[in-house]
Design a protein around this ligand. Structure first.
Ligand code: ZN
Length: 185
């Protein structure tokens, strides 16, 4: 089932999300719905707060953005109760976007590598290092669990430039390719 994507302005996007227990009701179904929602909106990552649940879960599929024949370079993973242990490498800029903030893109500086501990959909623990685009998406999605949106990480001038558009999104005064839920009707 495709879920509505919560838009910029929704309080759930600014909250620190709560840890998930293994007996959380209908967890497998919820994760399945997250996948469906993400693919429907052509995203490479989605965090539970973006579909209105303040839970520490995000999903990432960077296989879709690899060159043909190189899909194995990407990852398709569920991250439950993730903990970033360390970020390292040099800072690099990349133009990010977010399904909760349609039509706004902007350069965000992040470190190259992320070392992260997480549970998969079977609640098996992993500790892994990710780099490049995988690290980038993981860092962006992890921020969602901390209530941080990428627009907060833009340079001050860019932040001012996107502010009017953010206010429009808040009011639902935008067109989006997928179903969204806005603060104000
Ligand atoms: Zn996002």
């Amino acid at each position: 089932m495709i879920l509505p994507v919560y838009a910029y302005g929704q309080p759930v996007l600014l909250k620190k999300a709560q840890p998930v227990s293994e007996d959380y009701p209908q967890l497998a179904e919820f994760i399945e719905n997250m996948w469906e929602t993400m693919y429907n909106a052509s995203g490479v990552g989605l965090a539970a707060p973006q579909v209105g649940k303040s839970l520490r879960i995000f999903i990432v599929d960077t296989k879709q953005v690899q060159k043909e024949g190189e899909e194995e370079k990407g990852i398709k993973k569920v991250f439950i109760n993730p903990e970033i242990i360390e970020e390292n490498g040099k800072l690099w800029a990349y133009e990010e976007g977010c399904l909760s903030i349609p039509d706004i893109r902007g350069d965000v500086m992040r470190k190259e590598f992320v070392f992260i501990k997480y549970l998969d959909e079977n609640f098996e623990e992993h500790t892994e290092m990710f780099g490049e685009m995988e690290a980038r998406v993981i860092q962006h999605e992890y921020d969602h669990l901390e209530g941080i949106l990428f627009t907060e990480l833009l340079k001050p001038l860019k932040k001012r430039m996107v502010n009017r558009r953010l206010q429009k999104i808040k009011k639902g005064d935008i067109k989006s390719e997928y179903r969204m839920r806005f603060v104000a009707p």
